[in-house]
Design a protein around this ligand. Structure first.
Ligand code: PRX
Length: 649
């Protein structure tokens, strides 16, 4: 496979400390061999500490059940001083948040000075509502600047925010409110997306019923629609925020105090609340954002993710603001009002760095090049992708058509748990290969393990693990450290197990092959098969259910459900069943949780001891299986024949 060595533009303007392959190699070796020696000076220089740390890393992946990982533990800081206060002198009038609303051209520009003032006001209002250091605040909003302001306002007080993606249902929101015992929920009357409204306040009303921890609901007015109102509990943002003082001292926090909790799906059970710390996270967010994208002072940086996911946390809010960048927030979709929207945004705002997901790239490539080429993209310099493996065709289209063969494509691999980008090209330095996330960032030591937990040396394919702690790693699962340890550190003791498969080629480049556990990745949305199965099992007519992923040209993965009907289920057509299942997934998880294919089966393939052989379900869902492997342990082989005969693909 050829490499795409984009002429490095390291000359003027780059502030990146890693702008060549030699620079990357030296930094990587230094961070691996002497983590404290590398990261202590880095964070002291990069971050506005109230009290700079004198200790670096403590703990390792072997003893993680007893001693948590910590970085910079004796340091004191408030991350908003790095993101706001320290920019006031030199960047006060620079645009911090450049907001592009749902309707093209509906734009807000918020300077660092204005953002600082607004965060102080929002933090004062939250304080008046009783929010204190360490308390949890759920943020259930769309892509309005106030979502970022709310996050930063929590951080200003040392309160712990938990952003819940605005597409989640009332039940999913309720689960998260309950799990972290949130005291306040911040929402808005309605969200806007693709010309449609999203009833955020109404959903929030349903979610907070009976949740005694929630004292107040703070509501930002976006559309002005009439919403139900509980005068005891609900408070309008515009009634309590604008009257506050524009200056509020930031609460000094310990480096290891939690900054936020973000829920994500795993192989089993309910979503886990990953806890990110203040000091390590902000260091990692700032460092990776600067080096990977080769950030320049005059960049217009656009990450078109949602703040409800980790990408939005690290690469819309914390990383760019810590680096004093202009960060674009995008409320709409790539297809509204038509499939040229991204490039219209690029042209109008002169975007220089653009960061999106493979699923959007594939969808746009299918719409035809003319939707891209009619816009001026000459401002673009770096193109990023994240969230799922990018197929080489989509990569080449992004490089050739969007980037006019001039821009560097950075395929960035990372996870909610890793806090920031781990394996990626570094824009000015790394020769790229279409479809490969390439090489690890400094502090990331990837190891491939085989089924027998043996380390694979040189080229090969195995389970992707990371061998050393980096500053941005999530420290625990909210309220359940044992679950954190068993999920990530028990499969391969001594290593952090990512859940992904990976191939390494002869050049040491990494090619992520996708999840090897029971986590699905549909259009970049991470969902657990167990969560779908729990929804299906809540439907009266269904006795048993098995859910797996299958390859999908546009979405990366589709969702395939095998269901066994209850004997007394009565007559139900396939269409009725699909409608019932889709409605249940929408209500219990959210609109993004859609089952694509449903197959009614006489039984699930089980071993004699009653364990479902998911391997067979996967194989059939992947397409006509040439062989199913060893089925001799099956309790009832006739079930498999019926499954194969009725397969939907
Ligand atoms: O399977 C990997 C995939 O997304 C998973 C993490 O999902 P989430 O925690 O929601 O975070 C997504 C945004 C960081 C990973 O385990 N993934 C993410 N980026 C890539 C990827 N797979 C392949 N290539 C990537 N660049």
């Amino acid at each position: 496979m050829s490499t795409y060595a984009v002429p490095p533009r390291v000359s003027e303007g780059t502030s990146s400390p890693v702008s060549s392959m030699e620079g990357w190699r030296a930094a990587w070796m230094a961070a691996r061999n002497d983590p404290d020696g590398f990261w202590l000076p880095e964070t002291r220089e990069r971050i506005a500490w109230d009290q700079p740390p004198t200790v670096g890393l403590a703990g390792d992946f072997h003893d993680i059940a007893d001693e948590r990982i910590s970085w910079f533990a004796d340091g004191q800081l408030n991350v908003t001083r790095s993101c706001l206060d320290r920019h006031l002198e030199t960047r006060g009038d620079k645009v911090a948040i450049l907001w592009e609303g749902d309707e093209p051209g509906d734009v807000r520009r918020i300077t660092y000075r204005e953002l600082h003032a607004e965060v102080c006001r929002a933090a004062s209002a939250l304080r008046e509502l009783g929010v204190q250091k360490g308390e949890r605040v759920i943020i259930y909003m769309g892509m309005v600047p106030e979502a970022a302001i709310a996050m930063l306002a929590c951080a200003r007080l040392g309160a712990v925010h938990s952003v819940v993606f605005g597409g989640f249902s009332a039940e999913a929101l309720k689960d998260r409110i309950r799990d972290c015992a949130a005291e306040v929920v911040i929402t808005q009357d309605e969200g806007m997306r693709g010309g449609k409204t999203i009833p955020l306040k109404a959903t929030c009303d349903e979610a907070v019923i009976g949740e005694r921890s929630v004292r107040k609901v703070l509501v930002y007015r976006r559309t002005g629609v009439h919403v139900a109102w509980d005068a005891e509990r609900d408070v309008w943002w515009h009634d309590v925020v604008p009257t506050q003082s524009a200056d509020l001292d930031a609460v000094s926090c310990g480096a290891e105090d939690p900054l936020f909790v973000l829920y994500t799906s795993g192989s089993t059970g309910r979503p886990k609340g990953l806890v990110h710390s203040c000091g390590g996270y902000i260091t990692w967010a700032s460092y990776t954002h600067e080096i990977v994208f080769d950030l320049r002072e005059d960049d217009v940086y656009a990450c078109v993710a949602d703040v409800g996911w980790i990408t939005g946390h690290t690469y819309i809010v914390y990383g760019p603001l810590a680096n004093g960048a202009t960060t674009l927030m995008f409320e709409s979709t790539p297809l509204y009002p038509d499939s040229g929207r991204y490039w219209d945004v690029v042209q109008r705002h002169g975007v220089t760095i653009f960061y999106t997901a493979p699923t959007a790239i594939r969808a746009l490539a299918a719409c035809g090049d003319e939707h891209v080429t009619r816009y001026d993209r000459s401002s673009l310099r770096v193109l990023g992708t994240v969230g799922e493996p990018i197929n080489p065709d989509a990569w080449v289209w992004y490089f050739d058509v969007v980037g006019e063969k001039r821009c560097t494509v950075v395929d960035t691999w990372w996870q909610t748990e890793t806090g920031g980008i781990c394996i990626t090209p570094i824009a000015p330095a790394t020769p790229t290969k279409p479809g490969s996330a390439s090489l690890p960032n400094p502090a990331i030591v990837p190891v491939l393990l085989d089924d027998q937990s043996r380390v694979i040396v040189g080229p090969g394919e195995g389970r992707l693990c990371l061998a050393q702690p980096w500053p941005g790693i999530a420290r625990t699962v909210w309220g359940d450290h044992a679950r954190y340890v068993s999920t990530y550190f028990s499969t391969f003791p001594g290593y952090y197990f990512t859940g992904d498969g990976c191939r390494r080629d002869a050049d040491g480049y990494h090619w992520i092959t996708g999840r090897v556990d029971d986590v699905l990745n549909v259009s970049g949305h991470r969902m657990g098969t167990a969560e779908f199965e729990a929804v299906l099992m809540s439907i009266d007519a269904i006795g048993e259910a098995g859910v797996v992923g299958y390859p999908h040209d546009l979405k990366g993965q589709g969702v395939y459900a095998y269901v066994v009907l209850q004997s007394d289920a009565g007559e139900v057509t396939d269409q009725e069943l699909e409608a019932i299942i889709r409605a249940a997934c929408r209500t219990q998880i959210g609109a993004h949780a859609r089952v694509d294919l449903v197959q009614v089966v006489p039984g699930l393939p089980k071993t004699r001891s009653g364990k479902v052989m998911r391997r067979i379900l996967r194989k059939v869902a992947e397409g006509p299986p040439d062989q199913l492997g060893d089925v001799s342990t099956l309790a009832d082989p006739s079930v498999v024949e019926a499954i194969v005969a009725g397969a939907k693909r």
